[in-house]
Ligand binder design. Sequence first.
Ligand SMILES: O=C(O)CCC(=O)C(=O)O
Length: 307
Amino acid sequence: MMASSTSSSIEHIMLAASEQLQVPSNITKFKIGLCQLSVTSEKNHNLACACNSIKAAVKCGARLVVLSEMWNCPYSNDYFAKFAEDFENEDASPTFSMLSEAACSHGITIVGGSVPESSDGQLYNTSCVFGPDGKLKAKHRKVHLFDIEIPGDITFKESDFFAAGDNQPLWTQQFFNADVGRIGIGICHDIRFPELAALYRGKGAHIICYPGAFNISTGELLWEVMQRARAADNQLFVATCSPSRDSSGSYAIWGHSTLVGPSGEIIATSGHEETLVVAEIDYSKIELQRKGLPLDKQKRADIYLSR
Ligand SMILES: O=C(O)CCC(=O)C(=O)O
């Protein structure tokens, strides 16, 4: 049975920036699944593959499953408008329905990667998070759009197709008290901005999930470095999920979906091929790392803020 909810029913909870880490009392260890899938120009096929991969992750014990950026649609302007769905009209959104139903039937949390969303005459690159009851728990529209022009290498202007989100994810009490802790969401290029990750850390996040689709030009040099930096700076877990390289479209995808721990260590990663990464998250590592290296106490806000 599909559980329904509207985004307007999401309760906004503002957390104090100084909020302490609260590890969920019912769990410190669980498995995460990262579904690195080949994306085709057939939306129904992409949906079916994602559904199967989620099922496979659950079979391996995952309680949190993450999909990639643009997992239901090739990363190309030829497809964004055609594939876009309106999540406010969830019964008419096959992607919303599939994710909600999968989360509910498996009793897991799903970070639904990102897909093109149409709303108010605009397109957004949007990630929806569903809880074990199948309800929408958070929605993040990509904040930093990927506009790049490196002559002879790569030119891409995401802002030609998408509007930037200005909302932070909306969290419910149920969501961050759920068995997989408190989650921050960024989409791909959002990972380059340490301020967003620091904001989540300040709000008590245990893990930041970045659905991504880095390309082969910037991916080799930076994808791993930035994941490890965001995790180490903030002493929390970082999970990324990418499509596989053989996806449709002209955009050459880097792949390498990864889980990084709170000291910046790689716990599990992949190559560029289609695969499922399942790895263990142990939140007690966060406390251990922060106790041994109390960056928060060592910070010199008096210096940074007074200049
Ligand atoms: O920031 C980068 O180098 C890549 C970002 C990207 O591929 C994206 O945001 O889709």
